[in-house]
Design a protein. Structure first.
Length: 135
């Protein structure tokens, strides 16, 4: 992997508002990814409980309400940026996912992009089952 980014697209048979809620509501986020007091407010600082990897400090960088959010992930450690952008389509929503900024010249950066590159597809698949359950 030469590029320091993970980019994925997922289509969900759920409305944009439901997918947005899964991404930006702490109770729902914890059910598919990790505990964290995220809020779609620029400048909001929060931590994500990543179990074995500990508490990861985050800060919301940009928000277009109901459409996109980006945040600094693992401040002071990985210093990467995660962006979720939602596109309404017939019968549902497409999630455009981007996780960028991995330092590929460091062992931690290489390990992180490999592990997260393998992990994100199954994590994003869990959003669908969560929304099917709560919907």
């Amino acid at each position: 992997m030469t590029e320091n980014a993970i980019r994925l697209e997922r289509r969900y048979p759920h409305p944009v508002a439901a997918v947005w809620a899964a991404l930006t509501t702490p109770e729902l986020l914890a059910r598919w990814w990790a505990q964290g007091n995220i809020a779609p407010v620029v400048g909001h600082r929060f931590s994500m409980d990543m179990d074995a990897w500990g508490q990861q400090q985050c800060e919301v960088l940009t928000v277009d309400p109901g459409t996109s959010i980006s945040f600094l992930f693992s401040e002071g450690q990985l210093d990467t940026t995660i962006t979720w952008r939602l596109e309404p389509v017939d019968g549902g929503t497409i999630l455009h996912f981007e996780h960028v900024g991995f330092q590929l010249d460091t062992p931690m950066g290489r390990h992180a992009i490999e592990g997260m590159g393998n992990g994100w597809p199954s994590l994003l698949a869990r959003i669908d089952s969560l929304l099917a359950e709560v919907g």
